[in-house]
Design a binder for this molecule. Structure first.
Ligand SMILES: [Fe+2]
Length: 262
């Protein structure tokens, strides 16, 4: 039986889980560029009153912060998919794989959008990958897994997933506020969609946790719902990422000069 020292759970929390304010702080550090101060908040007067263009450096910084969070989110979701796969919970694994792919596509969309809207390229940043799976798990194989460990591992994974998404939502909301205050309504609108996606993800997590909570995380219940999730997310995945689709015809909306709508 795998004991899986899961007591180290608090120690392996991602360093950025509790630092939602870091984006704000980093932007505060840009005070010399006149973009943000803790006392004054976003220097909105500059943008709103005069209608002057938003500071490109500030915009790049906001997009970079979102991009960094998305990069870390991909690492997190990939590990979560591995985690459920390792535990033999194929339905949850499929769900996380589908989520991983969606967020990967969303990250690409963010880059594309930044180039299209701001005609610049996002700089490459080193990110510190969050570590979700305990190091000690590398000492075990799937044969060490039995039903006695499943409930607590599922419960803590759902809890960490929820914490991660709450943190992500805060990062996006911060960015949304800044873009809105800078008068960048279109950019802010895109981030608003991303916030709604995170809210939907949180709702899904809550629904699963609620279902399992009602049974005290009964292991039979956990196993019992795997087929349903497996089928649901396998078909969603295939529909979205594997199915051969007819190529979209080129239309007038495909505006090469504006570079929008690709
Ligand atoms: Fe997510």
């Amino acid at each position: 039986m795998m004991n899986g020292n899961y007591n180290d759970m608090p120690d392996r929390r991602m360093p950025d889980m509790d630092r939602h304010d870091e984006m704000r702080e980093r932007l505060m550090g840009k005070e010399s560029q006149g973009t943000y101060t803790p006392e004054r908040g976003m220097n909105r007067d500059m943008h709103m009153r005069t209608g002057a263009k938003a500071d490109p450096q500030m915009v790049e910084q906001i997009y970079s912060e979102i991009d960094e969070r998305m990069g870390k989110g991909l690492c997190f979701h990939e590990q979560l998919a591995d985690y459920f796969c390792f535990l033999g919970l194929q339905g949850f694994k499929r769900m996380l794989e589908y989520q991983y792919m969606n967020e990967c596509a969303d990250k690409r969309k963010l880059h594309r959008r930044y180039i299209d809207m701001h005609h610049r390229i996002l700089p490459v940043r080193q990110i510190q990958a969050p570590v979700f799976i305990p190091q000690s798990w590398s000492n075990y194989t799937t044969e060490n897994i039995d039903d006695t460990v499943i409930p607590k591992f599922v419960k803590s994974a759902l809890s960490e997933w929820k914490s991660w998404e709450e943190g992500t939502k805060q990062v996006y909301e911060e960015a949304w506020n800044m873009l809105k205050d800078a008068g960048l309504a279109t950019d802010a609108g895109h981030i608003k969609h991303m916030i709604k996606d995170v809210e939907k993800e949180l709702k899904d997590i809550h629904r699963i946790a609620e279902t399992l909570n009602g049974t005290g995380y009964d292991v039979n219940m956990i196993h019992g719902i795997q087929d349903k999730y497996h089928e649901k997310y396998k078909s969603k995945y295939n529909e979205k990422y594997k199915k051969n689709k007819t190529k979209e015809p080129i239309t007038a909306e495909w505006d090469r000069t504006r570079r929008i709508g690709y």
